[in-house]
Design a protein around this ligand. Structure first.
Ligand code: PXL
Length: 286
């Protein structure tokens, strides 16, 4: 079984980051280790929240792992608590990434044209350094614009998306995936470009609601698919279908705006979709 490590916060309530990554990756048949970078009472969209930064734990925990020769097939980062923590994560990559593992960075820091509450304007430049070391990055359009100093637009065409993807590759990552791409009012999806020039896009119907934490759900499912041996395009499509099912399953809930999507009810569907794709691929490693 593949083992990954995810470095992101624990938001105690309000499904996101580790409380999403752990169940999704476990359900997909991937061992998910955690290195909590901060403990928050909730995610930062609540008006009142506490945050205990755990940066001082990253180095001693890494030292212990190195002494024990612990290795990971995947390293996955999400929300990071500070610019200083971004620098520590770069150092963690230098210690634990290799030719044999995959580094996936979700630069979870902004949405709808705005940085999250806890960050200042200097933060995206530090996150860009984290992205530079990744095999795959998964920003939304707001994050991509902040990472590449590109003006944020809500109206755009395929040239704008292509140029954003190229600028993201210029940061240094191997493959850039843009989420939340839409060329038609009722379709929403993802597009990627890699260093060999390969490009791909996948669209689903657009859900009218948008919820906090769906980016974390998406990245976790993408990594799960990749660790189970899916091609990137298949993993992106599987994760998109899963997130749409989660949003639809949540549509009746008033509390989801705060507590996140009710993905738990869709875990059986995720497992079925994964099995089907693995069967199609003739993969017997289930
Ligand atoms: O879903 C991303 C995320 C993760 N962790 C915390 C957050 C957010 C988004 O706001 O606040 C603490």
């Amino acid at each position: 079984m593949k083992r990954i490590i995810t470095l992101q916060d624990i938001s105690c309530v309000g499904r996101c980051s580790i409380t999403v990554a752990l169940p999704v990756l476990s359900a997909m048949g991937v061992e998910c280790g955690i290195l909590p970078t901060a403990v928050l009472s909730t995610h930062t969209m609540f008006k009142t929240f506490t945050c205990k930064d755990l940066s001082d734990q990253i180095e001693p925990i890494s030292d212990a792992w190195e002494k024990e020769h612990i290795t990971f097939d995947g390293i996955y980062t999400g929300y990071l608590a500070s610019a200083d923590q971004c620098r520590q994560i770069c150092h963690f990559f230098d210690r634990f990434s290799s030719e044999n593992n995959l580094v996936l960075v979700d630069p979870a820091m902004a949405d709808n044209g705005k940085l999250y509450a806890a960050f200042n304007e200097a933060f995206p430049a530090e996150m860009a350094r984290v992205c530079a070391k990744a095999d795959i990055i998964l920003p939304n359009i707001t994050e991509a614009c902040l990472l590449t100093n590109t003006p944020y637009q809500t109206e755009y065409n395929e040239d704008y998306i292509r140029s954003l993807l190229e600028k993201l590759l210029d940061l240094g990552c191997r493959t850039a995936v843009l989420t939340g791409v839409s060329y038609e009012p009722d379709r929403l999806g993802v597009a990627y470009l890699d260093r060999s020039g390969k490009s791909f896009s996948y669209f689903t119907r657009r859900c009218t609601q948008s919820y906090h934490g769906t980016g974390d759900l998406y990245s976790s499912a993408v990594l799960g698919g990749l660790m189970r041996g899916l091609e990137l395009g298949d993993a992106l499509a599987l994760a998109a279908d899963f997130v749409v099912a989660c949003i639809e399953a949540t549509a009746a809930s008033d509390s989801a705006r705060w507590y996140g999507v009710e993905f738990e009810s869709q875990i059986p569907l995720l497992c079925q979709m994964l099995s089907r794709r693995l069967d199609e691929k003739g993969n017997t490693a289930r």
